[in-house]
Design a protein around this ligand. Structure first.
Ligand code: HEC
Length: 157
């Protein structure tokens, strides 16, 4: 059973190296891995102000969504967040076999886990990925994806 720190407490903890050790236990390596993004298909782009997001996944996930089938276990989705032409961070979702069982029902997002990777491939230990899940849970009828419709509409040829 995990307990979560409020955002304000996180900022305080981050200020002290001793507390940072506690923070590491809290936030939060999980099963999500960084895929080889060269093998993924960039199916949509979202821009907001200075931020450009390239969103990508596997050809198999695109085919499944188009067919109205569940996205296969083993699928990654990556949101590459560019600022000023440089990668600022990678947001990654990965679906694994029964990975949802790592969480209680209030937190679970199907069998998806979430992670924030820095450009050097390390994870952002200041992030509590329960935040990712609490937002994406509103898309439970669309594979927990915000860009599910774009995925289905993407032209593969
Ligand atoms: C406040 C709500 C919110 C939070 C918190 C959030 N997301 Fe998202 N996420 C979105 C929205 C909305 C999109 C669609 C792209 C856009 O509009 O920027 C998205 C898109 C994505 C995508 C592309 C696939 C998709 O769903 O369309 C990934 C991958 C992703 N988010 C991962 C993460 C990760 C990892 C975290 C936590 C570190 C996170 N998200 C936190 C709202 C959120």
């Amino acid at each position: 059973m995990k307990t979560f720190i409020r955002t304000g407490a996180l900022a305080l903890l981050a200020a002290t190296p001793v507390a940072l050790i506690g923070l590491q236990a809290e936030a939060e390596p999980n099963r999500t891995t960084m895929p080889d993004i060269g093998k993924l298909v960039h199916y949509t782009t979202v821009t907001r102000g200075e931020v450009t997001e390239h969103i990508m996944t596997t050809p198999e996930a695109i085919a499944a969504a188009k067919a109205g089938q569940p996205v296969p276990v083993g699928t990654h989705f990556v949101l590459v967040d560019y600022r000023g032409g440089e990668v600022f961070r990678y947001f990654v979702m990965e679906k694994g076999p029964n990975w949802g069982a790592d969480y209680d029902d209030g937190r679970r997002t199907g069998d998806w886990q979430f992670q924030w990777f820095k450009p050097d491939g390390s994870i952002n230990l200041a992030e509590n990925t329960a935040r990712c899940q609490s937002c994406h849970t509103s898309r439970s009828d669309r594979e927990f994806l915000y860009t599910y419709n774009e995925l289905r509409r993407f032209k593969t040829d």
